[in-house]
Design a protein around this ligand. Structure first.
Ligand SMILES: Cc1cc2nc3c(=O)[nH]c(=O)nc-3n(C[C@H](O)[C@H](O)[C@H](O)COP(=O)(O)OP(=O)(O)OC[C@H]3O[C@@H](n4cnc5c(N)ncnc54)[C@H](O)[C@@H]3O)c2cc1C
Length: 494
């Protein structure tokens, strides 16, 4: 058996969260081994956020061109997927090559190991024949993979996950999309705008089921206007593939398509991580962490794996906390080098707990000297990048009511706002506010519309900082902006 090699920190999985942690700790002067079995950078740059948003940008350009006919004369567009596929290959993914990302990490002083890492007892990680003993701890950032439901016949078919959908060079004539969540809707709308006949099949009684019902209705209407067939409350029972087409059998109905995209959620594969060797239950859906991302002594986790929200901004936010906490842990318990001034952490909406140690600067917000941020997800923002965009933060109305909050709701339709009326075609959207009437603050909000994800930022600040509604009502909102509808929704709170 190989002799364990002593290092300071081992990071398993260099996706968004793991790469951030490993790079920052290496920059702070620690000896860091980063282990990645696929591509450094993870899902977001190669098969997730970045290429999907490039696709959306292209699809939205087509939609805007169609709107010329109603606003500015006439325009004819001929959709062509080739430039989109080329841009994803050339600009986003380097044809799914991570050399730049590996160099970025090693350039910060990190040591890169390609392979599958697995815990092998406290503070110890095995990758192939190599074993690393971590002086200060191990960080797990192994993310999730598509969760494919156990539908009869599905496993034997060449179905697509997001990987094939992002890598596609030639579009199919028709596409079935199993799953009407954010990823399913974003991709469905893109492909429909490029002329693919798209059918979305969703088991819940509405698409975007985790968001406000008004957001579900808005998104469904928008996709239908793009020609997407949407079937909700339909549970796929069996899938067949005859070589040329897929058939989904569901509740007595049959749906056919040339390709089938399965986007029914994601799953963390805890069973692969050797958690039993450190006394942690690997039979859970996600890996629970405390507010400093501790799993157990000497082990931190970051990103999708923690189940706190499958978003790049969550992974980055948690990474900042892990970096600060590892450095703090190092100083307090092991007497390691003082990394103050060399490390920077992502602060975001993190609260602060007091601890011993030097000053740290938080990306965006500063963390007081001697403090380490702790996680606070009250103001977790999320955006579904359909057109119109659906941005949301905090609790939905139903979630707030289930928690026994004395709820007030305010709603404003974007189409009847000054900017919505001016915007005309493509102006669908709304602001919905969820307030805690006893505290006099917003605890949730949805901002849907042409720039819903951008307008959301004001609402994120309001929820995060618990800005009194009385103050929000007496701010000045620029005319005529989409965000001015927030003022209308505040006025409508009851
Ligand atoms: C189509 C799509 C669109 C998305 N769009 C957005 C968006 O617009 N905005 C947003 O915020 N989020 C978006 N996301 C979500 C975002 O991609 C994830 O939240 C983010 O990638 C999570 O980062 P992570 O570090 O937790 O995991 P990942 O990025 O999944 O990285 C985990 C890494 O760990 C590696 N790994 C796993 N096990 C091991 C092992 N044992 N040893 C070594 N390496 C291992 C994997 O190969 C992987 O590279 C999207 C996701 C998808 C699929």
């Amino acid at each position: 058996m190989a002799e364990p090699e002593q290092v300071d920190v081992v990071v398993v999985g260099l996706g968004v969260g793991g790469e951030e942690v490993a790079g920052r700790l290496a920059e702070a002067g620690l000896t860091v081994v980063g282990i990645e079995r696929d591509l450094v950078g993870g899902e977001c740059p190669y098969w997730g956020c970045v290429p999907s948003k490039m696709m959306i940008r292209a699809a939205n350009a087509l939609a805007e061109a169609h709107r010329v006919n109603e606003l500015a004369g006439s325009a004819q567009v001929q959709p062509d997927w080739a430039p989109v596929a080329k841009r994803i290959r050339a600009e986003a993914t380097d044809t799914w090559d991570d050399k730049v990302a590996v160099d970025r990490f090693t350039g910060k002083g990190g040591r890169f190991v390609r392979g599958s890492g697995r815990l092998d007892g406290p503070n110890r990680v095995r990758v192939g024949d190599q074993v690393f003993q971590a002086r200060y701890g191990v960080v797990l950032g192994t993310g999730t993979r598509p969760s494919v439901p156990p539908i009869d016949g599905l496993a034997d078919t060449p179905y697509w996950t997001n990987h094939q959908a992002i890598e596609v060079e030639e579009l199919p004539a028709s596409l079935l999309v199993l799953g009407g969540g954010a990823i399913g809707l974003e991709l469905a709308q893109v492909f429909a705008r490029f002329g693919v006949r798209v059918t979305v099949i969703e088991a819940a009684d509405r698409v975007l089921a985790v968001e406000e019902p008004e957001a579900s209705a808005l998104a469904a209407d928008a996709l239908r206007a793009d020609g997407v067939e949407i079937h909700t409350g339909v549970k796929a029972g069996r899938v067949g593939h005859d070589g040329g087409a897929f058939t989904v059998y569901a509740d007595g109905a049959e749906f056919t398509g040339e390709k089938l995209l399965v986007v029914t959620g994601r799953k963390a594969h805890l069973e692969e991580l050797g958690l039993d060797t450190v006394g942690v239950d690997a039979g859970q859906r996600y890996l629970p962490v405390n507010d400093r991302m501790h799993v157990t002594d000497g082990i931190w986790a970051v990103g999708d794996l923690t189940g706190e929200g499958a978003f790049t901004h969550i992974a980055m936010y948690q990474a900042g906390i892990v970096v600060a906490d590892v450095l703090d842990h190092m100083r307090r318990t092991k007497g390691g080098p003082d990394a103050s001034g060399t490390a920077s952490v992502v602060g975001g909406a993190a609260g602060v707990v007091s601890s011993v140690g030097g000053a740290m600067s938080a990306g965006g917000s500063s963390v007081a000297p001697g403090s380490v941020p702790v996680a606070d997800y009250r103001a977790l923002p999320r955006v579904t990048f359909t057109d119109p965009e659906v941005g949301a933060v905090g609790l939905t109305e139903q979630q707030a009511r289930e928690r026994g909050v004395n709820v007030q709701v305010g709603y404003a339709d974007l189409t009847s706002s000054a900017r919505g009326w001016i915007h005309k075609t493509g102006n669908a959207g709304f602001i919905k506010l969820v307030a805690d009437a006893d505290q006099g603050v917003l605890i949730g909000a949805t901002s849907a519309g042409p720039a819903g994800g951008e307008v959301l930022s004001a609402l994120v600040v309001a929820v995060h900082a618990a800005v009194p509604i009385s103050q929000l009502r007496h701010m000045i909102y620029a005319y005529p902006t989409f965000h001015r509808a927030i003022e209308d929704a505040l006025r409508a709170l009851k």
